[in-house]
Design a protein around this ligand. Sequence first.
Ligand code: ADP
Ligand code: MG
Length: 263
Amino acid sequence: MSDSSSNGVQPVLQARDVSVQFGGIKALTGVSLSVRAGEICGLIGPNGAGKSTFLNAVTRLVTHGTGTITLYGASIEGAKVREMIGLGVARTFQNLGIYASMTVIENVMLGAHHQLGGKFVQAIFIPLRSWREERVARQKAMAVLDEMGMADVAGMMAGSLPYPLQKRMEIARALASEPKILLLDEPAGGLTHGEVHEFGELVDRVRRNRNLSILLIEHHMGLVMGLCDRIVVFHLGRNLAEGSPEEIKSNEAVISAYLGRAA
Ligand code: ADP
Ligand code: MG
């Protein structure tokens, strides 16, 4: 396994030898993965490979056993889940994590509020106490929605949006916290072929505009191969392979464990 720090540039995110166990289930056994500044790193592998668990470990939703996870060289051990956003880490969830009965802009403001350090519940329900913070958060949220091509639906109930726009809104909320690294867990699930293409272009544009680092978990191979600078493959909770899209496409171990012959 190549060590991504060997080129002398410190990765944004570096996980080494990370293990996570749920009771008797070893979800991750000594995995290593790093994300470099400004790159889109793909994380692929069969269902149950431990991809979501890895994101959960990086965002402190689960506690890893052995191994180290660092952000810009500093260990995240001891950080609370709510502190990760302040450390520049934002994510979306495999299953939508949206508030259906709130408007789109309110959902996105959740991200901006985190970034401002405000208490969202207080800001929404006691607007007089924090009207200035509210206004700043609203402006930020609107700017992100505009960047995501969603300004026209800002006032709609999130639950009434078509599914692809709900997924996109979740990314907008993550971006509202102005992260350094964005972790996307199957963001293109449920999108049609045409929507996937458009979505890929959007993610690439956002990455370039913001000089963002992205870790992308996705099963849609057209998207992964077209978008990612580098791909890491997990299988059965372990690293299986790492390389460029071309290398991964032709890797025999990856083909037999995951991609199949047709890929
Ligand atoms: P992937 O995202 O690659 O499909 P997951 O990370 O969701 O894989 O799951 C990896 C393994 O860990 C699976 O066997 C899954 O059942 C198990 N697992 C994940 N989360 C939990 C949990 N909270 N409790 C118990 N087992 C879990
Ligand atoms: Mg998953």
